[in-house]
Design a protein around this ligand. Structure first.
Ligand SMILES: Nc1nc2c(ncn2[C@@H]2O[C@H](COP(=O)(O)OP(=O)(O)OP(=O)(O)O)[C@@H](O)[C@H]2O)c(=O)[nH]1
Ligand SMILES: [Mg+2]
Length: 443
């Protein structure tokens, strides 16, 4: 699954990577290509539109961060959007504690994978969470359905509840839950018969079962191979019965993946598991982030970008913090800071990292607009001047102004700003409590 999509995404991202600067046109072109790829992958049109619009909006508005390749930055935006599209965080089953009995109801179209998934889930909950699980054969339509579940139950070592001769699935389900309560099973998984969504009486039957046992989880099993259709069907089940989560079966199949990408967004219910094969072990928790990485064919790019940002901030901030503590922060440090700043100042960031410091240093002390001029001024100073700002008298100021193409007033203002900032930092550093907090941030 997603193979095609992944190849296309990789090539789109590659075309942007390594560029020092990304233009609006680059972004628009890339987004257009993403749109085509998603439509090719059979993703719901409305979902594609929403995805594209929000990606474009953010990518065009994004302040491309320093030290990060803008292509990577764009990839990160697309990745974040993709994770959100897939549901954001992992969604665990919402089951009650083991001291009581939780009910999971499986439903879905014929052949979607309900019975298989029920037994896979039984194995997972038993093995990984130590739950005591009972499987319930409430598919009384297909002749071999009960036997199928019994065979699978035996394979995974889980008891299968049956009521031979009974034709009403509501009764079987009810009886099973009451038996489970008596015999202290903490989880009941009810397998139901496959139904066509257009069949009203079948929809009523599953809805009756649901009402009778009041499930904690009603899992809709969608066959990944049904593509777009899975979305429409899920909506129908959601309306008629109510869904708490989706299991996407046959994820291992060679499909385009549109269903997986559309389900959460259209139905509004989280994907909880994916079926990755026919064996009982082949059930995985659905991780939106990992799937997104796979779709984007990006391996570790995301964490790399995040790390790069982190390391940068951490190292710079640490260095600066040490200087601040020793009160040796000089004009050269100030220049380093200016040079390593993009729109987001390191000093600003540092201030934000220190709880309580924000009000002590105002943003006016670090006027963003003056950065370029300030950099030029400091670059016109000698090394000695940079580390001993007090010696910069009138004649030096005149020389520096001339060298940097600014005025003496500009130089005066810079020195004033710097002095003020240094004083603020000193004041800040004398505050033991803040200092302790700051050191804690770096440890
Ligand atoms: N490759 C693969 N096959 C699967 C997966 N899940 C189910 N299957 C296969 O799909 C077929 C149908 O699975 P069932 O579990 O019987 O489906 P069902 O929804 O219970 O079907 P009915 O009870 O007839 O409605 C079986 O051959 C399963 O082995 C999966 O994740 N991957
Ligand atoms: Mg079945």
């Amino acid at each position: 699954m997603f193979d095609n999509l992944s190849v296309k995404f990789s090539s789109i991202m590659k075309s942007l990577s390594g560029k020092g600067k990304i233009t609006e046109k680059n972004i628009r072109d890339a987004v257009e290509e993403i749109k085509i790829s998603l439509l090719d992958a059979d993703v719901n049109l409305r979902v594609v539109r929403r995805f594209i619009n929000s990606t474009l909006e953010e990518a065009l508005g994004e302040k491309v961060l320093l030290s990060v390749d803008p292509g990577q930055q764009f990839t990160k935006i697309v990745y974040d959007k993709m994770v959100a599209l897939l549901g954001g965080d992992d969604q665990a089953l919402r089951l009650k504690g083991k001291d009581t009995t939780s009910v999971i109801l499986m439903m879905g179209l014929q052949g979607s994978g309900k019975t298989t998934t029920a037994s896979k889930l039984a194995l997972k909950l038993t093995r990984e969470e130590g739950r005591k699980v009972m499987l319930v054969a409430a598919d009384l339509v297909r002749p071999a359905a009960v036997t199928q579940l019994e065979v699978l139950g035996e394979k995974v070592g889980v008891r299968v509840f049956t009521l031979p001769g009974e034709k009403d699935p509501v009764k079987v389900a009810r009886e099973a839950v009451s038996t489970a309560r008596h015999e202290l099973y903490d989880t009941v998984i009810i397998d139901t018969s496959g139904r066509m969504h257009l069949d009203e009486s079948m929809m009523k039957e599953i809805s009756d079962v649901a009402k009778a046992v009041n499930p904690d989880e009603t899992l809709f099993v969608a066959d990944a191979m049904t593509g777009q259709n899975a979305v429409t069907i899920a909506q129908e089940f959601e309306e008629k019965v109510g869904i708490t989560g989706v299991v996407l079966s046959k994820f291992d199949s060679d499909t385009r993946g549109g269903a997986a990408l559309s389900l959460k967004s259209v139905v509004g219910k989280p994907l909880k598991f994916i079926g990755t094969g026919e064996k009982p072990e082949d059930l995985e928790i659905f991780h939106p982030d990992r799937i997104a990485q796979r779709i984007l064919g990006m391996g570790d790019v995301v964490s790399l970008v995040e790390k790069a940002q982190q390391v940068y901030d951490q190292e710079e901030a640490e260095k600066l913090a040490r200087k601040m503590q020793k009160n040796t922060f000089d004009l050269q440090d100030y220049l380093d800071q200016l040079e390593s700043m993009n729109k987001m100042g390191s000093i600003d960031k540092l201030i934000e990292m220190i709880p309580g410091a924000k009000g002590n240093i105002s943003e006016d002390d670090i006027d963003m607009k003056e950065f370029e001029r300030q950099k030029a001024i400091i670059r016109s100073m000698t090394k000695f001047e940079r580390s001993n700002y007090r010696i910069i008298g009138p004649s030096r100021r005149k020389r520096i102004a001339k060298g940097s193409g600014t005025s003496v007033a500009d130089v005066n203002r810079l020195l004033k700003t710097f002095e003020k900032q240094k004083l603020m930092l000193k004041k800040l550093m004398n505050n033991k409590k803040l200092q302790a907090q700051m050191l804690k941030n770096f440890s």
